[in-house]
Each structure stands twice: as structure tokens, then as C-alpha cells.
Ligand binder design. Sequence first.
Ligand SMILES: Nc1ncnc2c1ncn2[C@@H]1O[C@H](COP(=O)(O)OP(=O)(O)OP(=O)(O)O)[C@@H](O)[C@H]1O
Ligand SMILES: [Mg+2]
Length: 385
Amino acid sequence: MKRHLEQKVVTQNVILTGLRGVGKTVLLETFRPIALASGWLWAGADLSESASVAEETLATRILADIALVTSAFVVHERKQLELGFVQSEKVIRQPLNYDILRNMYEQTPGLVADKLKAVLEFVWSVLPQQAIRGVVFAYDEAQNLADHAHHNQYPLSLLLEVFQSLQRKQIPYLLVLTGLPTLFPKLVEARTYAERMFHILFLKQLDTNASREAIMQPIEVAGCPIKFTEETVNSIVQLSGGYPYFIQYICKEVFDVWIAKIRSGDIPSVPTADIVRKLDTDFFQGRWSRVTDRQRELLQVIATLSTCDDEFTVQEIVNGSKEVLTKGFSASHVNQMLASIADAGLVFKNRVGKYSLAVPLLSQFIRRQTAQGMITIPPLPRTGV
Ligand SMILES: Nc1ncnc2c1ncn2[C@@H]1O[C@H](COP(=O)(O)OP(=O)(O)OP(=O)(O)O)[C@@H](O)[C@H]1O
Ligand SMILES: [Mg+2]
């Protein structure tokens, strides 16, 4: 991030991506003070689905975000004639707020992109350029952005086009997008130059030491009634697969159960089976219910592949299906089904056409469904998380 903030002319923007709950939002928040300390201003928000649905709504989002920055920094002066016999001019000073920017936007002729570019260009021209280096536009949940050709709405392309054009004019606006791994392929699909516009940071799960720290630090405060043994910490690390969201979820469960047990004088252990059952209901079942039985069968084949927690190809699935099903899948069938499963948010396709499971620890959940006899594929023995 620091290196990207060194750019005088912005040619490289940042994408921070990774699976659900891996820590993207938290990391994005830590970028903010770094940017401010390096003399950048920070604008941004969550890109909710409603903000991303149409070009106008996205433009409104961006205007609202930049207005927060400008109204703190820039005083807009305009002259107004005073009423009375002697005509005199009064200077009105007001912060450059949303209303003023919106007005300017409305009065600029052209398409949404032209209007937005004009306002953002104007904003840079009035910011105190000696004092600041540029503006970071940081958008979380950016995978919500999508072009909708059938509605003739292209908000995703709009964002890329506006920033590319401003950056070409050497206006130091840096785009930082955060989102699920579907984000980058989507950007490239909308505009091929997106490939060159972004540096991608792919967040993986925490390593063992960082996981241990995440488990231990919160209970190391004075007065905490709970201590974990080495064995307990290890089993939480193992169960969580190093995903911060799961670490937090499991630790909360353990904490609640232990507090109750300690009060009644018992020596507690990690209620692994209960936690897994609760996680399945709270986290996985909702996603699992979005796919059909046939699609589940395909996911179960995927969960038998040795590459299931990494990347796998259509051909690997076809081969795998021949091993575990009486009637295997054809490549075209797999392709079709993967597209629907991707729409349901359970897999994603990367830039080189390989697939990955889109939810952390999903393969283990799928194997648990298999083991419960929901389908007929025999579970293969597996090791590790
Ligand atoms: N480095 C870390 N170490 C320990 N815990 C972390 C770390 N980063 C994030 N967390 C915790 O993990 C949880 C998930 O983090 P966060 O919300 O940032 O993930 P995310 O990737 O944005 O998730 P989502 O995909 O749902 O938006 C949070 O409760 C957070 O406090
Ligand atoms: Mg997040």
C-alpha cells in the first residue's frame, strides 16, 4: 500500500481480495491511517448492491463520498447581489458540499461518465494541492458491481472508465477495491485494460502463528477467567483452518461453553462436534440450499479431488466423476453446471479458467454431507484441513 501511495502519476490501483471472512475489511481499514499519514485524503464506503445497480446510483455514491472530503477542505465562494437601492455584491462562503457538487453534476452535459469526470476533475482543481498528494477512493464489497446489459446499465465499466480517464490526466486519484475473488475476473471482463490497471493482493488464511495469536491475545487480558492449554489452541487452529472469521466464531463458542462449565466446577474441553454442527447450520447450510441436487453431486465430486482446496479444472472434475459416480459428467455438462454454481456463489473462475471453491472450508462441509449419506458417493479418505 505504501508503495502505491508513492505514485506521483497513478498507473497502478489496488485490489484486495480473498474468501469470505479472511480479513479484507479489517485490512482495508488499516490502510486508511497509512494513507492519511502519507498526505492522501480518503473517500469511500461499502458498495452495497443498491449502490451498484445502476450508473446513476454509483455516481451518487461517489459524489456523496467525495463531498465528505471536499466539504471538510474546500470553501466555495460565490458572489450574490444584495437587495437594496445601491447594488452591492456580497460574497457567500460555503463548504463545497454535496449539493454544490450535485448541482454541477446535473448541469454538465453528456453521459453519466462525462458528468462524473467533470465533477471529479473540478474537485481536484480546488483541493489544496500543495498540502495533499491525492485522494484514495476505497470501496469494500466491490464484487457487488456488475454491468447489466439487459437494462443498459454499466456501472462497473463506468467506474473503470472514469478513473482511467482521470488518471490519464495525471490526477492523483487512487482506486482501492476490496471484495470476493469474483471481483477481478469481473473487472477484466468489463474492460480488458483493467488487467493492467490493478495490482492484486490475494489474502490467504492466517498461518499457524498468526492464528495462535488471534486465539490467545484476547484472553491474555488481565482478569480473563479462561486459559487455553496448548492442545485446546491447536484444536481451534485446526478446526478454523486459519480463517479469521472461523477463529472468532469458534472462540466465541468455546468461551461461552467454558464460562458456564467453569462456574459449575467442570474441566471443559473444546466441544468440536457441537461447534461444527452449529457452523454447518449458521454458515454453510444457507449457501448449500441455493444449489440443486444435481449440482450438489458435482460439488461432492469436487470435494473428492486432491486439488479441491486450491484450483481445479473441468477435466479434473470429469475424471473424478468417472471414478466416484456410476455415470460420470461430460465436460460440457460440468462447464454449464459450474456457471450456475458460480452464480450461487459457491465456486469462482479465475483468470486462467481454473475454478476454486468460493467459501472457506466448504470442501469439509461437503464431505460431511456425503458422510451423512445425503448422496451415494463414497467419501474418500482425506488428510489435513
Ligand atoms: N489478521 C487478523 N487476525 C485475527 N483476526 C482477524 C484478522 N483480520 C480480521 N480478523 C477478524 O476476522 C473477522 C473477519 O474479518 P473481515 O470482516 O475483515 O473479513 P472480510 O474478508 O472482510 O469478510 P467478508 O468477505 O465477509 O467481507 C473479523 O471479525 C475480524 O475481526
Ligand atoms: Mg468485508
